[in-house]
Ligand binder design. Structure first.
Ligand SMILES: [Cu+2]
Length: 226
């Protein structure tokens, strides 16, 4: 009798252990992917929009410090929009054989990399959230944006206006969109995104964009090299 009870008890314990293991596996299974779509008011896909997800309730754990690259190639910045997590170190390699002079007057990061060829020795640390507009003193048309975020969960739309985020922990999030020409505040674009384990979620934004105005490229005398 006692032995039977012991065996029954053992079974019970094993069953509970198996259940607990299953639950914990479920808890760790990633949610998503989150598929994001950004279009303008006419339904045209919007490229280079940054879609971010902020977990609701608790602040996201900071990822390991990372680095990113803002190239200069053929007298343009590449990419046009670079989203980074706050604290990211960004290098500015110049792949042209002429000199560039990169600067920003944005309050999120004022800096200057005086005339240089190659890669400046020290990367620039983007330690404040916000929008950093980049320019070049020599080539007025050069323009790009570094968008500094306080969540590590972000992505950028391709030419078809679509972007994808994977491997997120299940939970409640708020999605936001940002674009260099966004009319209005990115804070007001928030949409709730509940994310269940192993289930895809969709979020779509219709944004109003300011009209584009870019300084035209100047014909540069190749022999002067500027
Ligand atoms: Cu330049």
């Amino acid at each position: 009798m006692t032995r039977r009870l012991a065996i029954a008890g053992l079974f019970l314990v094993l069953t509970l252990l198996a259940l607990a293991a299953r639950t914990s596996v479920n808890a760790q299974a990633p949610g998503g992917p989150v598929e994001a779509t950004v279009a303008d008011e006419k339904g045209k896909p919007v490229e280079d929009a940054v879609v971010s997800l902020m977990p609701l309730g608790s602040a996201p754990a900071a990822p390991a410090p990372s680095t990113a690259i803002m190239d200069q190639h053929d007298k343009e910045f590449v990419p046009y929009v670079l989203p980074v997590y706050v604290g990211t170190r960004v290098t500015f390699p110049n792949r042209d054989n002429i000199r560039h002079h990169v600067y920003s007057f944005s309050s999120a990061k004022k800096f200057e990399l005086p005339l240089y060829i190659g890669t400046p020795a020290a990367p620039v640390v983007f330690d404040k959230p916000g929008v950093v507009a980049l320019g070049c003193n020599i080539h007025d048309w050069m323009l790009a944006y570094i968008y500094v975020l306080t969540t590590p969960f972000f992505t950028k739309t391709a030419a078809d206006g679509k972007a994808r985020l994977e491997a997120l922990a299940p939970g409640a999030y708020e999605a936001r969109v940002w674009h260099p020409r966004l009319r209005g505040d990115t804070e007001k674009t928030g949409k709730p995104v509940p994310l269940a384990a192993g289930e895809a979620a969709q979020v779509s934004f219709i944004v109003s964009l300011k009209s584009e105005w870019r300084i035209p490229r100047r014909i540069v005398d190749p022999y002067r090299g500027s």
